[in-house]
Design a protein around this ligand. Structure first.
Ligand code: HEC
Ligand code: HEC
Ligand code: HEC
Length: 122
């Protein structure tokens, strides 16, 4: 219940807090544009991901819009040494927000956390 309340309070104004550098999470910005508008993604990305996973695993549908691999391709940042930084590392895109909202995800025990080549993990 606490996690839910934190999540909701946070979803109401994440950009303002992130930009003001106040209590909210801060994380590296991606390039280009997201697969949906950022406000929609903030509120619904987990539903989109779960839905697409079910489509893939149950119906064999691939290459659709909300691919976890593509999230990582855009949202992983690059360290000064040129190496990609895992999206679930402290301060990184997926992790910083989830830490703030007290959310834990198990996706990255299977899915790659850095941009991958075609033959690597899903
Ligand atoms: C083609 C690149 C690209 C892809 C693919 C992509 N994004 Fe994004 N995303 C962006 C950009 C650019 C922004 C806006 C700037 C920022 O917040 O990084 C953004 C914003 C977001 C935000 C809002 C962040 C905030 O500022 O509050 C969320 C959440 C998000 N994306 C999740 C995802 C998820 C989940 C996926 C995979 C289903 C995904 N994105 C795929 C580029 C991408
Ligand atoms: C702008 C903040 C933010 C960013 C960035 C973000 N998330 Fe989330 N995510 C949340 C919040 C808040 C929840 C909890 C929503 C709820 O339960 O109501 C959540 C929940 C989830 C869940 C469901 C967890 C569960 O068990 O219910 C998944 C899966 C998820 N996020 C994947 C991702 C991935 C993958 C990325 C990086 C590509 C990402 N998220 C980036 C805020 C964010
Ligand atoms: C036990 C390993 C495992 C875990 C844990 C797991 N996945 Fe997957 N996921 C897979 C496999 C295997 C596929 C199938 C890849 C394929 O056949 O293309 C898949 C496919 C997907 C797809 C469809 C392919 C794509 O990227 O469009 C999405 C989306 C997805 N998973 C999201 C998630 C999310 C979100 C979580 C965490 C809530 C998660 N997965 C946790 C193994 C896993």
């Amino acid at each position: 219940m606490l996690a839910l309340l934190l999540g909701l309070a946070f979803v109401a104004s994440p950009v303002a807090t992130a930009q003001a550098g106040e209590a909210g999470p801060s994380f590296p910005k991606a390039q280009g544009s997201c697969v949906d508008d950022p406000a929609t993604m903030r509120r619904h990305h987990f539903d989109f991901l779960t839905h697409q996973r079910d489509d893939t695993l149950r119906a064999g549908i691939r290459g659709a819009k909300y691919s976890l691999k593509e999230c990582v391709t855009c949202h992983a940042s690059t360290a000064a040494n040129g190496k990609p930084v895992p999206v679930n590392a402290p301060g990184q895109f997926c992790q910083s927000c989830h830490a703030y909202a007290a959310v834990t995800i198990d996706c990255f025990s299977c899915h790659a956390t850095t941009p991958q080549t075609a033959e690597a993990k899903p």
